[in-house]
Design a protein around this ligand. Structure first.
Ligand SMILES: [Zn+2]
Length: 396
């Protein structure tokens, strides 16, 4: 395959400490070479070796593509009226998640896939190059299985979330039996991960343990929605089962933070959810100070965080959660990769996937410094740009 040299990168973030300064592995006046869709060379732009083609970034910044480790993209329907009512302080009784479940069940496969591909296009234009998506709006055997089958055509990071809520037509114990039985049987072929919403009003710690262990026995890997609404002890379960990630982490005890810091379980923070529900944010500073690994993800879903913009989530994390812009960038790239236990994405070390973003800005700091401004110049996936951009000079 042809090689591509990228010249005159004003600021390059590699997330590889051996290739640059600090934990972001940052270099200025940098160049890189792509071969066979992978990073083959990193160095000073002036030393750039010859390649089959050359792109001149004229001082723009280049960062690893964002890794969105938590999204719910398999749904149909619209809940904007619910958001509007919530923002005006009104209680909303039109059904919440039930609205999405009904719309998802009645959508055709084609409608579900069209909605998914539209959201993937949004993600790409916001700089996301790897994304996870969950089922969880089918809540019956057929609709959970087809949600995952459609998702698996578009990403390897698919998560079975039959245990999202107990649907109205079921008693809780009967539904857990279905999730761990026939539903898991049908879903497992299309899923890499298994997840449970372990929280007040959803599934208890004991139910979540049974569901995750059933999934592990079928070869799925565990992750957990933990302590978004209340601390019911979900973090200890996530660590006990070596979950790749405990997601939300909004309500944590001191012991929870120590457990996360001493484990391989990433604390994935989803500030879009707190923003869109006007709720208190998780305490990122305590997690980082204790040495826990922190990721940022969009939690894109129609009810509580309908955004595909990682820069927006980073800007909230910086402004509201007091993460530094450097920490937010790392959490949205390398942190997300760790939350998916991936080593070939989330960084631009030698041999990594050439998944990256060219910013229409001189550095990544602008992503949180200029909130709401689209600074994504071009998203590259496996060494190829997804969109052409006449602003860049390409010579062949
Ligand atoms: Zn979620």
């Amino acid at each position: 395959m042809r090689s591509v040299a990228i010249a005159n990168i004003g600021s390059l973030i590699t997330n590889d400490e051996t290739l640059g300064d600090g934990f972001l592995g940052q270099r200025t006046h940098a160049g890189l070479v792509i071969e066979n869709g992978k990073i083959a060379w990193i160095g000073d732009s002036g030393d750039l070796p010859d390649a089959d083609s050359r792109v001149d970034l004229e001082g723009r910044a280049l960062i690893p593509g964002f890794v969105d480790s938590h999204a719910h993209l398999m749904f149909a329907g619209d809940r904007s009226a619910e958001f509007s009512a919530r923002m005006q302080g009104q209680s909303y009784s039109a059904g919440g998640i039930k609205t999405t479940v009904a719309a998802t069940r009645s959508a055709s496969d084609e409608q579900l896939e069209a909605n998914l591909t539209r959201l993937i296009a949004e993600m790409h234009s916001s700089g996301i190059t790897t994304f996870e998506t969950k089922s969880g709006y089918g809540l019956n055997v057929a609709d959970e299985a087809r949600s995952l089958a459609i998702a698996a055509k578009h990403t390897g990071e698919t998560t079975f979330l039959g245990a999202h809520v107990v649907p109205a037509e079921f008693a809780a114990d009967d539904y857990v039996a279905l999730v761990t039985g026939e539903m898991l049987e049908r879903a497992a072929a299309h899923a890499k991960w298994i997840d449970v919403f372990c929280d007040r009003g959803a599934f208890s710690v004991d139910q979540a343990r049974d569901i995750l262990q059933a999934g592990i026995a079928k070869g799925l890997k565990p992750r957990l929605h933990a302590n978004q609404l209340e601390n019911i002890g979900a973090i200890a379960l996530a660590v006990e089962l070596d979950c790749a990630s405990a997601d939300h982490c909004t309500h944590l005890s001191h012991e929870d933070i120590e457990l996360l810091a001493g484990s391989n379980t990433v604390a994935t923070l989803l500030p879009g959810a707190e923003f869109s529900t006007r709720s208190p944010y998780p305490d990122a500073r305590r997690l980082i100070a204790a040495g826990a690994t922190v990721a940022l993800a969009t939690d894109c879903n129609p009810g509580s965080s309908f955004t595909t913009s990682m820069p927006f989530c980073m800007a909230i994390a910086v402004r509201e959660m007091r993460m530094s812009p450097d920490e937010a960038l790392w959490a949205a790239t390398a942190g997300g990769a760790k939350a998916l236990r991936r080593t070939n994405v989330g960084h631009l070390g030698l041999g990594a996937n050439a998944d990256f973003v060219v910013l229409n800005a001189p550095s990544h700091l602008h992503l949180s410094y200029r909130p709401g401004v689209d600074l994504i110049g071009q998203t590259w996936l496996a060494g190829k740009p997804l969109t052409s951009n006449a602003a860049f000079t390409t010579t062949i």
